[in-house]
Design a protein around this ligand. Structure first.
Ligand code: URA
Length: 253
């Protein structure tokens, strides 16, 4: 049995999880028939979230109700939740390891991504791939996704209602993967995930908290294509992440 403080931490994080799920339209969690009921932890969770669910009765059961990326993709379906569905070619859900230690988060698919259905495959994506390789990884070792899953027409800035509709899906992806760190690429992803208006130049270089996960904002690779002199800053940010995760520091080539 977990101790009292561990139990209250679990309850708090489970409550946050239920609330986030509710925001994305999930109003019920099915539990296995075998899940025992009536423990004090169940009673407490039911008091906190009476309308959200048949809730688990033990920490083990809590883990059992965590969604997988496949569940989230299935829920997204042929999404028609906002106007971006009208002009998109493909939904760009995300790619990489389902248990990645590092998750890269961009803004939204561009033209190449919209056509191929994969994030960061255009010119900026090729630079991101080089950065990932310089860290000693391949794209399959990390997870790459965007806050928005559909391309805004002509790469216009996303509208507030589109962000509100789509961003809960990224939170669910993060909860499914449980990365040890998130690297937010560029102003939009950093400001949206951190609900901040601070300029990227102020946010980068420091860890921030995204639902309990350390998040490092850094410059977007598309910006680096225009301002290659800032590559050094990005590499410094990446090194901080590697150090935090206890990963071997690579020499910049
Ligand atoms: N820019 C992004 O933010 N995401 C992509 O997938 C491609 C370009």
């Amino acid at each position: 049995m977990p101790g009292a403080s561990e139990r209250s931490e679990l309850i708090a994080s489970f409550r946050e999880y239920l609330e986030d799920l509710k925001d994305t339209g999930v109003d019920c969690l099915e539990l296995p028939e075998s899940t025992p009921r009536g423990s004090s932890i169940t009673t407490q969770i039911q008091k906190m979230a009476p309308d959200t669910a048949r809730v688990p009765s033990s920490p083990a059961a809590m883990i059992a109700v965590t969604e997988t990326l496949a569940d989230i993709r299935a829920d997204l379906g042929d999404c028609q939740r906002c106007r971006l569905c009208q002009k998109r070619t493909n939904i760009v859900f995300g790619t990489g390891a389902h248990d990645a230690k590092i998750l890269f988060a961009g803004e939204a698919p561009g033209e190449a991504e919209d056509i191929q259905g994969e994030p960061f495959v255009g010119e900026a994506g090729q630079l991101l791939t080089k950065i990932i390789n310089a860290m000693g990884f391949t794209r399959n070792d990390v997870y790459i996704c965007n806050v928005l899953k559909c391309r805004p027409p002509g790469n216009r800035n996303p509208h507030q209602d589109e962000i509100l509709t789509c961003s809960p899906f990224m939170l669910r992806q993060v909860r499914a993967i449980r990365p040890e760190a998130i690297i937010a690429l560029g102003t939009f992803a950093s400001q949206t995930l951190l609900q901040s208006k601070e300029p990227i130049s102020k946010m980068r270089g420091n860890f921030h908290d995204y639902h309990g996960i350390p998040l490092m904002p850094t410059f977007h690779p598309a910006f680096l294509l225009r301002s290659p002199e800032r590559k050094r800053d990005v590499w410094n940010d990446i090194q901080l992440v590697m150090k935090k995760l206890g990963l071997p520091l690579q020499k910049k080539s």
